[in-house]
Ligand binder design. Structure first.
Ligand SMILES: Cc1ncc(COP(=O)(O)O)c(C=O)c1O
Length: 388
């Protein structure tokens, strides 16, 4: 089976995990936590004291919201084209999401952000902006300028876009390090994985200190177990950080593989399918193919099912938040683009261990599936009718 985005262990995963086990630090502290945090800080071009690992991307997001002071009744802007797990923490804090739609690359646009800001009766406390599918959200610099002016805390959800970057004044700036906070995910399907895990970046290192305290159950200083505020068990284990170090050592290779996938799909499917508009600084975590041309003749779920029967796992694009039952009551500012992406695009297998021959097989299966699905829908016409 060719899965959509499986992990890839090509480095020292076993060696480092073994070593973590031998150290007997089977806890969210230890040498490998320190090394992984330092290595991630270096990769992100930030200082060590500005990052901390967390048990998941979702917990990093939850901690960012808490540290931002988001509470009961606050308004939080959020990308509408994102994973629901990125919105749940807003509801956990009993705040109210307002959804901001996307441009053609799937990321929030400055235009829709401004429109929401002008139209909403209450100013947001924070904005969770997602860098989607490996893309770099191109409007983030202008959005952040407005956020600073308006006292809105900007949280970058970089779960899917570790490694995406922009060059500003000859300097490379990594996605996730521009706003006040950035969060990353090391879930099993991400560019690098710890099987489950995350990381939080904060511009102000004091915030990281506080966040670490929250993540360690808010234990007060001293030997006694006293807690003056609510806490969470949100840190990442030493054993999993060992896995993360080995994965991070291969990140450049992984990004290269992602781009290779995208390029071959484009070359071989461009004649029949459209593709999402990526910027070239995208890490192309996920390649989406656009089936718009065939939508009156085929159903995307049937395509997924037929492909699965042939050993290839395709996936639906994220359901825009305004279409998710749980979030339908909240305001949305959209040009309909993310709904178009949802209705017409599918996520192609985008793992970093895919071989050229795998992609050739996938392309062949997509072409066959389209033909079969179309043949099913269109009544056969023959110019050699036996009746006439
Ligand atoms: C955009 C986005 N935000 C947040 C998350 C949550 O991260 P995690 O699964 O590590 O909790 C994910 C996916 O997993 C995601 O894709």
């Amino acid at each position: 089976m060719i899965y959509n985005c499986p992990p890839n262990q090509i480095g020292r995963e076993e060696q480092y995990v073994k070593s973590a086990l031998q150290s007997n630090y089977l806890a969210p502290i230890g040498e490998f936590v320190d090394i992984f945090e330092r290595s991630m800080a270096k990769y992100l071009k930030v200082n060590d004291e500005n990052v901390t690992t967390t048990s998941s991307g979702s917990s990093a997001l939850h901690l960012a919201l808490i540290q931002a002071g988001v509470t009961d009744g606050d308004v939080v802007f959020s990308s509408s084209f994102t994973f629901a797990g990125a919105v749940f923490p807003i509801l956990q804090e009993r705040a109210k999401p307002v959804f901001i739609g996307s441009g053609i690359d799937g990321n929030c646009t400055l235009e829709l952000f401004k429109k929401a800001l002008e139209s909403e009766p209450v100013k947001p406390k924070a904005f969770i902006l997602t860098h989607i599918y490996g893309n770099f959200a191109r409007d983030i610099f202008e959005i952040y300028e407005i956020c600073k002016r308006e006292n809105i805390i900007l949280i970058e959800d970089t779960a899917e876009s570790l490694g995406a970057r922009a060059v500003v004044d000859d300097e490379e700036i990594m996605a996730g390090t521009i706003g006040d906070y950035g969060i990353f995910s090391f879930n099993g399907n991400k560019l690098i994985t710890t099987s489950g895990g995350g990381l939080l970046y904060a511009k102000n290192s004091k915030d990281v200190e506080n966040v670490k305290n929250y993540a360690f159950q808010s234990k007060d200083k001293g030997y006694s177990y006293t807690h003056s505020k609510i806490g969470f068990n949100y840190k990442l284990s030493n054993v999993l950080c060992a896995l993360g170090i080995a994965q991070l050592e291969k990140i450049t290779i992984f990004i290269g593989k992602k781009r290779e996938n995208n390029l071959q799909y484009r070359e071989e499917l461009n004649q029949i399918l459209g593709f999402e508009a990526y910027r070239h600084d995208s890490v192309r975590w996920m390649t989406l193919a656009d089936f718009s041309l065939y939508l009156d003749q085929l159903d995307l779920d049937s395509v997924i099912s037929r492909m699965y029967d042939n050993g290839v796992e395709l996936r639906r694009a994220w359901t825009p938040m305004q279409m998710v039952e749980l979030f339908k009551e909240y305001p949305v500012y959209t040009n309909g683009i993310e709904e178009h992406i949802y209705n017409s695009c599918l996520c192609l297998p985008s793992g970093t261990s895919l071989q050229k021959t795998d992609r050739e097989y996938i392309v062949k299966m997509i072409k066959d599936t389209i033909l079969v699905e179309i043949a099913k829908q269109t009544p056969r016409t023959s110019n050699t009718s036996p009746i006439e």
